[in-house]
Design a protein around this ligand. Structure first.
Ligand SMILES: NC(=O)c1ccc[n+]([C@@H]2O[C@H](COP(=O)([O-])OP(=O)(O)OC[C@H]3O[C@@H](n4cnc5c(N)ncnc54)[C@H](OP(=O)(O)O)[C@@H]3O)[C@@H](O)[C@H]2O)c1
Length: 166
């Protein structure tokens, strides 16, 4: 396992990345997404951050906190239930109208449940949609907006299970 000091040293090294990185956190209102967004904001220069989720109350608090951590950061919230793919498309369109490129797409949307199939209005199982279809749709939707030094993506599926999308 990577030590905490190694993680902190790596985070500090992000200062050498170009200013103005654009990062999209699908599931940025809590947990792994929020903690990663916070450290990215702390350790980069003039980042632009999009947090995507449903909880607007939580998002407002987070935006205030991240702006205090780094006054050069631009943080905004896109409120969407991304278990619906039409909402994923809307979020991608919104980001594309504002940004020429996305450097980091970080996807942790999802939840743990032992409940059986729970169908969305689009006929997909909600949990499976969030863990698979939503993430593939975001990956495709932001694909033509990717680019440059520091680009990459990560999807977290469960404890210790993740995929590097570079
Ligand atoms: N942390 C662990 O140890 C662990 C262990 C096993 C599995 N996992 C899985 O790993 C992933 C990330 O874990 P985490 O601990 O960061 O989870 P978390 O704290 O519950 O965060 C999940 C994020 O996904 C968003 N989200 C959930 N449903 C959504 C929807 N329908 N539309 C839009 N956003 C939605 C939530 O935002 P809103 O509430 O604002 O919608 C939240 O920001 C999850 O899929 C979780 O099940 C984590």
């Amino acid at each position: 396992m990577v030590s905490l000091s190694e993680v902190r040293a790596h985070n500090a090294s992000l200062k050498s990345l170009p200013a103005g990185l654009v990062a999209v956190f699908v599931g940025g209102t809590s947990g792994i997404g929020l903690f990663t967004a916070r450290e990215l904001v702390r350790n980069t220069t003039s980042p632009t951050i999009y947090l995507i989720g449903r909880n607007a109350t939580e998002a407002s608090k987070i935006i205030e906190e991240l702006r205090t951590i780094n006054t050069s950061s631009q943080v905004s919230f896109i409120q969407k239930d991304v278990s619906l793919l039409k909402n994923v498309d809307e979020a991608c369109r919104e980001i594309k109208t504002k940004e020429k490129q996305v450097n980091l797409l970080f996807m942790t949307c999802g939840y743990l449940t032992l409940k059986g199939r729970d169908e969305t209005a689009e006929g997909l199982d909600r949990k499976f949609a969030l863990h698979y279809y939503t993430r593939m749709r975001f990956t495709n939707g932001e694909e033509d907006a990717g680019g440059g030094e520091g680009e990459g993506g990560l999807a977290a599926y469960g404890g210790g299970v993740w995929e590097d999308l570079r």
